[in-house]
Write a new protein. Structure first.
Length: 242
């Protein structure tokens, strides 16, 4: 069998003396959509941030396509991993098009025309072909987040990581962002998502990873997880949602 696309192998992470990831093993296959759930403070964001080395791990290894990210050039690793956060962090003085075209121009050295053509394609893919010239302040939260997704896609990442990307949005704007993510799943993008949207997790996720207190406590196919979780922690987590 091929290597998993992303693999956590005995990962330990500390913040000072606080042990926040405890011997985490997790393998994510190509084209898989893995949804990470769990209580606040359980280590979900840290798990994602370790993959592109926004956080340093104490021990263990994280491999991308079979290669340790710890040994690779950090900029190369970050180019291969698209990450979208709760806060959109768009460049305020650039249009939607400018935001999406920037990294391909600056980092890849793509000519302006080619970078902008590609940016237009990506903005079209996230449903914003009519907003290419708009500046972030003129866009709704849902539109800004979709620009942020297009920007992350612009470097042709191998895997996309989403950390609670709809948590800061007004409820009526959540759906348009989830629709974009679902479209990426349909196109076969490998994704790891932290989300509180359980309906979405069930529908779009292939597997659910439940974290508690820095550990992965359950990994179950998503349909099965919501029907009958395998662990007591899983049952507790679901019962609190009701
Ligand atoms: P989650 O995303 O599941 O809410 P986090 O990964 O953000 O959890 O946090 C896991 C633990 O690590 C928490 O106890 C949190 O307080 C701690 N933590 C997160 N970031 C930092 C940091 N930069 N410095 C110190 N502790 C942190
Ligand atoms: Mg978090």
């Amino acid at each position: 069998m091929a290597d998993p696309l992303v693999e956590f192998d005995g990962v330990d992470k500390f913040f000072g003396k606080t042990h926040v990831l405890k011997n985490v093993d997790l393998a994510i296959e190509e084209r898989e959509v893995v949804v990470v759930i769990g209580p606040s403070g359980s280590g979900k964001s840290t798990l994602l941030r370790c993959v592109n080395r926004l956080e340093e791990i104490r021990s263990g290894d994280i491999r991308l396509d079979g290669q340790s990210v710890l040994e690779a050039d950090v900029n190369e690793v970050r180019q291969r991993i698209g990450m979208v956060f709760q806060s959109f962090n768009l460049f305020p003085h650039k249009s939607a098009l400018g935001n999406v075209a920037l990294a391909p121009k600056k980092i890849r050295g793509l000519p302006e025309d080619a970078a902008e053509d590609r940016a237009r394609e990506l903005l079209d893919r996230v449903g914003l072909s009519d907003q290419t010239g708009s500046y972030p302040e003129a866009l709704s939260g849902g539109q800004q987040q979709r620009v942020a997704i297009a920007r992350a896609l612009a470097m042709d990442p191998t895997v996309m990581l989403f950390d609670e990307v709809t948590s800061a949005l007004d409820p009526e704007l959540v759906g348009e962002v989830l629709d974009v993510i679902e479209g990426l799943a349909d196109d076969g993008m490998t994704m790891v998502l932290v989300t509180h949207e359980m309906g979405f997790a069930r529908e779009v996720g292939d597997r659910i990873v439940l974290m508690a207190d820095g550990r992965v406590v359950e990994v179950t196919d998503s349909e099965a997880f919501f029907e009958r979780p395998e662990t007591e922690r899983g049952r507790q987590f679901l019962s609190r949602l009701l």
